[in-house]
Design a protein around this ligand. Structure first.
Ligand code: NAP
Length: 279
């Protein structure tokens, strides 16, 4: 039976390290959290991030804007936050309402406050291996692999999904650690054939039941990034956990796996930004 990777426990450890480091800074780190509209899932995520900030001794400044907010208004707020010395990090919760360009808004965030690591400057730095911040979800996955002493060098890694926030940076970080990486996506023919070769299989697609036991090699490490809802509305991943767990050597559960680590890595990025600003 596979070892279950405990993302919740590791996240608690990371957050207590962040709290200890934050307490040593002359000024409390600050995060501005911008939420546009009333998407219920976004409201839950934002509340969670604000709770994490409180736990880590990070001040959070909430900005709740109506769904009808114009792009100019949102950009004006971002520019104001860019210049606010109490704010070390700016988080604009995605997705934004359809009339707002996520790209334009992300590009307006000062790169030294881009704690999500979505700005092209930070993505570029990460890809060349000289990062300021690391993208939270892939960084959380790497931290879990390291905590459980899972070797990456020379291993066959397969990433399902190629989004800018998960799949692509995940592939970049695994490559930097000497993994041999294959990225699959919606146009991949016979994805199962690639998945079966994986020593480390990371699924970040967003489809319940996508990864079945026959797609997993005996002894593989299986990381499930997805956060889906099953027919009963319960949180679940892409991986058929009950069927895959007996074949895997290590596996992340959903919930309690990658999700908490994503949040913990955000706290780490805010600490990094605060340390830079107060150096
Ligand atoms: P996304 O932007 O929708 O990207 C999904 C990716 O999956 C795309 O690259 C898409 O391919 C690919 N895909 C879609 N259907 C596929 C199929 N049938 N076979 C193979 N690939 C397929 O999603 P995302 O933002 O990366 O998020 C992915 C999942 O992770 C979601 O469940 C999300 O909720 C979750 N997530 C979790 C965390 C966390 O903290 N745990 C953080 C972020 C996201 P194309 O590029 O060809 O369209």
């Amino acid at each position: 039976m596979a070892i279950r990777i405990d993302g919740k426990a590791l996240a608690a450890k990371v957050k207590s390290q962040v709290a200890a480091e934050a307490a040593k800074l002359p000024r409390k780190p600050g995060l501005a959290v911008v939420l546009v509209g009333e998407d219920p899932a976004s409201q839950v995520y934002v509340a969670g991030k604000e709770r994490d900030c409180a736990e880590c001794g990070i001040e959070s400044f909430g900005h709740r804007l109506g769904a009808e907010t114009t792009e100019d208004e949102l950009l004006a707020l971002v520019r104001r936050l860019n210049g606010d010395p109490r704010v070390d990090g700016i988080l604009v919760q995605l997705p934004l309402p359809g009339h707002l360009s996520e790209e334009t808004v992300i590009n307006a965030i000062a790169p030294d406050k881009d704690v999500d690591c979505f700005h092209p400057f930070n993505v570029g730095r990460m890809v060349i291996g000289d990062p300021v911040f690391l993208p939270c979800t892939p960084a959380g996955v790497m931290a879990m692999l390291d905590e459980y002493e899972i070797p990456i060098r020379g291993k066959r890694c397969v990433v399902l999904g190629r989004s800018n926030i998960v799949g692509k940076p995940m592939a970049a970080l695994l490559t930097q650690r000497d993994g041999t990486v294959t990225v699959c996506h919606s146009r991949t023919e016979d994805m199962a054939q690639y998945a079966r070769e994986a020593d480390i299989l990371v699924s970040a697609v967003g489809r319940t039941g996508l990864v079945t036991a026959d797609m997993v090699k005996e002894g593989a490490v299986v990381v499930d990034v997805a956060m889906n809802r099953d027919g009963d509305g319960r949180l679940c991943g892409d991986v058929d956990f009950a069927a895959v767990e007996p074949k895997a050597s290590c596996i992340t559960p959903v919930p309690g796996g990658v999700g908490p680590m994503t949040r913990a890595c955000l706290m780490r990025n805010i600490l990094t930004a605060a340390a830079l600003h107060q150096a």
